[in-house]
Design a protein around this ligand. Structure first.
Ligand code: DOR
Ligand code: ZN
Length: 360
């Protein structure tokens, strides 16, 4: 990675003005389907070489054939001037067939499998009702070296929404890691200091993705001057001390933490509703948002590791050979983005960001 100071700057701590790094990957992304897919895909493909594509479509992606067909639709929706590789995932259900998982893995269709606790979030009704029921499947995955991606929240209505991730660690994740040693697990979109501490304390096989928005907002954002549906996602943003723990983890250089936007578009009309959908559409300014965080933390020298190296290392994939360049040049994120006959409201809508991705 090259950190280029302004040409006239001479002293050592001169402000970095241009940042060239290996093209990053997004290790957690919702692309949807049909017209919505066509609208959102270019925003991701402009920045990222690959993305782990979530399988929570309706119906969910549970077979090799469905994943192949979805990958083909993603390929068909990609504008001709962009190169992008989707890494497909299998949605785990109580009835998942381990043979199907193994076939998808050996045919290089599935890069990972996703565990949604049933009813934890958007389109998770077919998720797993009790993780212990699929331990035999997880053992197959451990043997194959296939990563398990977990949405880490309990669904017990008696547990406070803001505690569901921390409780998931003790009730589900820790027992799972003990029951299936050697299973590669990604604790997706971590939102708490508890999750950061747990990942740090677990020696092997456990990584975590961190979203751009959880590095920027805490739970106050949901209520700033009124109810803010575009700041609502799951896991929901937590207290400030948790946001600070996430920022520390992201910039620490610890290879267990890597980039996963969890960009999750929903039409504005579905979010601005009496029962608004969970999901923050961060793709249009994702890399720029992460860059601002690393810049604010004085950690631009560790930016490329988080965006472009830790993820491939965890998944056992090569790093990308191409590069992207960010420039310190203010720009304003659009208020809305037209999509599928309606519009989307992106993260940071109407706000100015300090970093901009230079066009290739
Ligand atoms: O906020 C979220 N939106 N969290 C999820 O886990 C799912 C996602 C979606 O698909 O909209
Ligand atoms: Zn997600």
């Amino acid at each position: 990675m090259t950190l280029a100071p302004a040409p006239q700057a001479r002293h050592k701590d001169a402000m970095t003005e241009r940042l060239t790094l290996r093209r990053p990957d997004d290790w957690h992304l919702h692309l949807r389907d049909g017209a919505m897919l066509a609208a959102v895909l270019p925003h991701t493909a402009r920045q990222f070489a690959r993305a782990v594509v979530m399988p929570n479509l309706v119906p969910p992606v549970t077979t090799v054939a469905a994943a192949r067909a979805y990958a083909a639709r993603i390929g068909a929706a990609l504008p001709g001037d962009l190169r992008f590789t989707p890494l497909m995932t299998c949605y785990l259900t109580d009835g998942v067939d381990p043979a199907e998982l193994e076939r998808g893995w050996s045919e290089r269709v599935f890069a990972a499998a996703k565990l949604y606790p049933a009813h934890a979030t958007t389109n998770s009704a077919h998720g797993v009702t009790d993780v212990a029921r699929i331990y035999p499947v997880l053992e197959t995955m451990a043997r194959l070296g296939m990563p398990l991606l977990v949405h880490g929240e309990v669904t017990d209505p008696a547990v406070d929404v803001f505690d569901r991730e921390a409780v998931f660690i003790e009730r589900v994740l820790a027992p799972l890691l003990r029951a299936v040693p050697g299973l590669k697990v990604v604790f997706e979109h971590v939102t708490t200091a508890d999750a950061v501490a747990f990942v740090r304390a677990t020696p092997e096989h456990l990584g975590a993705t961190i979203t751009a928005h959880h590095l920027v907002i805490n739970r106050n954002a949901l209520f700033q001057g009124g109810l803010r549906p575009h700041a609502y996602c799951l896991p929901v943003a937590k207290r400030e001390r948790h946001r600070l723990a996430l920022r520390q983890a992201a910039v620490s250089g610890d290879p267990r933490f890597f980039l996963g936007t969890d960009s999750a578009p929903h039409a504005a009309r579905d979010k601005e509703a009496a029962c608004g959908c969970a999901g923050i559409f961060s793709a249009p300014a994702a890399l720029e948002t992460y860059a601002a965080v690393f810049d604010q933390e004085g950690a631009l020298d560790r930016f490329e590791a988080f965006t472009s190296r830790h993820g491939p290392a965890f998944y056992g994939l090569p790093v990308n050979s191409e590069t992207v360049t960010l420039v310190r040049e203010a720009w304003t994120v659009p208020e809305t983005i037209p999509a599928a006959g309606g519009h989307l409201v992106p993260f940071h809508a109407g706000e100015r960001l300090a970093w901009r991705l230079a066009e290739a």
